[in-house]
Design a protein around this ligand. Structure first.
Ligand code: FES
Ligand code: FES
Length: 165
């Protein structure tokens, strides 16, 4: 067993891990953060997506030992004070959630994408959004509503910037 320390949803945490464990197991088993889903377990479906140091990664393939000193955000860290985030609200308003299994990963990939844009929303196309979410598979929605959610959110933020809101 090895002790690791890292930041998890804004808090400093530590835990003991086996050196061959993956991040998803630590999140679900040690911290009971079961919003991180295991689908394929092979890096193909994106259900296990979390953000590590601003990048969306597949936690089913991410060695837990490499998380030492890093900053991890799971879906449980996205809503604040019981209030859904803007991204989560956009998904709900646009009917982008059906069974919900892919939703945490989709929301986190969207968050990593939007945060990386740093308020530079001009000229973001549907293709850019599709590319940003290409690692996340949804079996229910056909993607249309998910892409629309992100597009609408970007348009909303862009017009708030233009009008100085
Ligand atoms: S469970 Fe990790 S990519 Fe599918
Ligand atoms: S909403 Fe069911 S897999 Fe996406």
């Amino acid at each position: 067993m090895k002790k690791i320390s890292f930041r998890l949803n804004g808090e400093s945490v530590e835990c003991y891990i086996e050196e061959n464990q993956f991040l998803i197991d630590i999140l679900r088993d040690n911290f009971q953060l079961t919003g991180t889903k295991e689908g394929c377990g092979m890096g193909e479906c994106g259900a296990c997506t979390v953000i590590v140091d601003k990048l969306n990664i597949n936690s089913c393939l991410y060695p837990a030992i490499e998380i030492e000193g890093k900053d991890v955000t799971t879906i449980e860290g996205v809503a604040k004070n019981g209030q859904l985030s803007e991204i989560q609200r956009a998904f709900l308003e646009n009917g982008a959630v059906q069974c919900g299994f892919c939703t945490p990963g989709m929301v986190l990939s969207t968050k990593a994408f939007i945060d990386e844009l740093s308020d530079n929303y001009k000229n973001i196309s549907k293709d850019d959004i599709k590319k940003a979410l290409s690692g996340n598979i949804c079996r229910c929605t056909g993607y249309l509503q998910i892409i629309e959610s992100v597009k609408n959110l970007i348009e909303k933020r862009n017009s708030a910037i233009q009008t100085g809101d």
